[in-house]
Design a binder for this molecule. Structure first.
Ligand SMILES: O=C(O)/C=C(\CC(=O)C(=O)O)C(=O)O
Length: 296
């Protein structure tokens, strides 16, 4: 792979919306720097460097206080770049790792020391080569106290994933709501299936995130300002206000053909969480319960 991609906006606008004090960008990534943190040989995309300095500058520009850095698939199971960014955050970042399911207890303990509070199971075939459910279930049985599992899958496999999710003995956080087709609206089959999942366990959380992905023009959506996303997602946040966390998804892996303006992404927040109470739950109380539990 020769051409490295740039999937983030060079000069994002200032949002019209001001997040509350203590707001957490609870889904973002770092890429490299590649010279120090090489990408996985199995990476499905090769990004330009997008390191902690850029992430923290964006955090401040958008009005957030903390980050949850989710290991991006381009780094495979080498969490060094994510751990390095957490270490440089002055306590303002925690993380979600991607691990080899055979990882030892000692290695899990070291990840906890480094600010990790969960592991990610990625089932997107365009991002990872394999996702061994049996091995994932084994490691999910022996995570450090207080950890959770972040899971990423597409809506068309939600039903087949339910027995696997049911067997996971720790809280689950579903990335980007399992990618429902937001053009179906709030009562379409995808959202109904996702609500059924949420009703099945009260410790299944979700991220009402990625309007730029889920309502992208290239996906048949409307593009910015992502009205389909706002219409489909706001009722979900209203109905499950204590089980959702939000993130920018910066540096927006693979969005180089429709790069979102992060200021516009942030301005989706009051459209899906229209009251200060909902915004405080989404951006402050809920992510702190999951990632800074020792301080809540
Ligand atoms: O590509 C997507 O649909 C979403 C991604 C990319 C990703 O998960 C990864 O590269 O690990 C995201 O959540 O940032």
């Amino acid at each position: 792979m020769s051409d490295r991609i740039t999937s983030w906006h060079p000069n994002p606008s200032k949002p019209g919306y001001t997040p509350p004090a203590g707001a957490v960008d609870a889904h973002c990534h770092v890429f490299g720097p590649m010279a120090q943190f090489p990408f996985s040989p199995k990476a499905k995309y090769l990004p330009e460097d997008a390191g902690p300095d850029m992430l923290f500058a964006l955090r401040d520009h958008l009005g957030f206080e903390k980050n949850v850095i989710v290991q991006a698939s381009c780094h495979g199971t080498d969490n060094a770049a994510t751990l390095d960014a957490i270490a440089k955050s002055n306590g303002k970042a925690r993380g979600v790792a991607v691990v080899d399911p055979a990882i030892s207890e000692d290695e899990l303990a070291k990840l906890h020391e480094g600010g990790i509070r969960g592991i990610r199971f990625n089932f997107l075939k365009r991002l990872v080569d394999n996702a061994p459910k049996d091995k994932f279930l084994e490691v999910a049985q022996r995570l450090p106290k207080g950890w959770h599992v972040v899971i990423y899958f597409e809506a068309d496999i939600l039903e087949e994933m339910r027995p696997f999710m049911e067997a996971i003995p720790v809280p689950l956080v579903v990335d980007h709501m399992g990618r429902p087709d937001v053009t179906q609206g709030p009562d379409g089959p995808d959202m109904r299936a996702f609500r059924s999942l949420l009703e099945s366990r009260d410790d299944i959380w979700f991220k009402p995130t990625c309007p730029d992905r889920l309502d992208a023009r290239k996906e048949g959506g409307m593009g910015d300002p992502w009205d389909n996303f706002a219409k489909a997602v706001a009722p979900l946040v209203a109905d499950y206000p204590d089980r959702c966390i939000w993130g920018t998804d910066w540096p927006h892996p693979n969005m180089q053909d429709e790069v979102p303006d992060d200021g516009h992404v942030v301005d989706m927040i009051p459209r899906i969480a229209p009251t200060p109470e909902l915004q405080t739950k989404l951006l402050v109380a809920n992510p702190n319960r999951l990632y800074w539990a020792e301080q809540t």
